[in-house]
Design a protein around this ligand. Structure first.
Ligand code: UTP
Length: 316
């Protein structure tokens, strides 16, 4: 059974309180759906992807969340705000379950918004958070990158930051031929299982140039020192200010650690991965899972028999 990131579970007191969620990218890989809707608002079963991300931050004890939004600011702002008319209608009907579902997003954390005027890159989006974050360490969770609600990656990263200071990034081993889609880390082992020292970073290298098969995924715990470095970081790959380039500078001081993650992670900004996310999370839902899984098994059997793609009527 899937347990959503449980916000009512006690979490250890930590120094990191703030999360930054960049959600201002153009989402070109998901056009035309993302023409008028941010990709972070695409539904994963019945919640927008970004809600899972905020739930994850809240479950790790981060009670202040800054969204960095772009030209589709309204949809994201509205989702994490109250919806009086809707709430009144549901309250009048006595529909407590849906009323909670409508109210939950606004109750997850103290949510703030800032606009990235132009999508100048992830590094630039993080820099937009400087004034809000101040001089405290903070987490960054990419708004289209989902970690399965059953995982505890962010908490582990926050613990590593408490022990080592500096910056902590999340790494996942991928097939060499996939590494050109990610930032890639050169690493050294530490005495801790699953924690590495990051000695170099390169954004989207070719498989031949990649220093390892460790891909950087969308969770970071950063020291505020990163802001000065970002200010000085020139546009890199794709003409964008890359967070990876700023972190590469910080690896020289030995202040970047990596947590190696081998759990379930989904890139909902990628069409195929988005579909896998919806199917996996739907199957794990107690209310939908059993019926949907039965249907899915039947559908797969149809596909295997060659029938599924040509049938006009869907399997019951
Ligand atoms: P992506 O690398 O997925 O880029 O951004 P993108 O532009 O959003 O999408 P595609 O590649 O065109 O389909 C990773 C994360 O960084 C945010 C995105 O919203 C996403 O959460 N981002 C990216 C920004 O907030 N600002 C930017 O300028 C770029």
């Amino acid at each position: 059974m899937i347990v959503p990131h449980a916000t009512d579970t006690p979490v250890p007191a930590r120094t990191v309180r703030k999360a930054v969620v960049p959600a201002a990218g153009l989402g070109t890989r998901f056009l035309p759906a993302t023409k008028a809707t941010p990709k972070e608002m695409l539904p994963v079963v019945d919640k927008p992807a970004i809600q899972y991300v905020v739930e994850e931050a809240a479950a790790a004890g981060l009670d202040d969340v800054l969204m960095v939004t772009g030209r589709h600011k309204r949809a994201i702002e509205d989702h994490f705000d109250n919806a009086f008319e809707l709430e009144q209608v549901l309250a009048a009907k006595g529909d407590a379950v849906r009323l909670d579902a409508v109210r939950d997003p606004a109750r997850l954390a103290d949510i703030h918004h800032i606009r990235q005027g132009e999508p100048l890159g992830l590094g630039h989006a993080v820099l937009c958070a400087r004034r809000h974050v101040g001089d405290q360490p903070f987490a960054v969770l990419l708004g289209d990158d989902l970690i399965d609600p059953r995982e505890t990656l962010l908490s582990t990263m926050l613990d590593v930051r408490e022990r080592h200071g500096g910056n902590v990034i999340a790494l996942m081993e991928v097939a060499r031929e996939q590494i050109h889609r990610y930032g890639c880390a050169a690493v050294e082992a530490t005495e801790e299982d699953g924690v590495v020292r990051v000695t170099g970073l390169v954004e989207k290298p070719s498989p031949e140039d990649a220093p390892s098969a460790y891909a950087v995924i969308g969770r970071y715990v950063l020291d505020p020192a990163v802001f000065d470095v970002l200010e000085r970081t020139p546009p890199g790959r794709g003409g964008e200010i890359q967070l990876t380039d700023a972190l590469q500078t910080l690896t020289v001081d030995g202040t970047v650690h990596g947590v190696v993650f081998d759990g379930l992670r989904y890139d909902t900004g990628d069409k195929a991965d988005y579909l896998r996310t919806v199917v996996r999370l739907a199957c794990a839902r107690p209310d939908l899972g059993p019926e949907f899984t039965d249907w899915l098994k039947g559908f797969v059997a149809e596909l295997e028999s060659g029938e599924g793609v040509v049938r006009r009527r869907p399997a019951a």
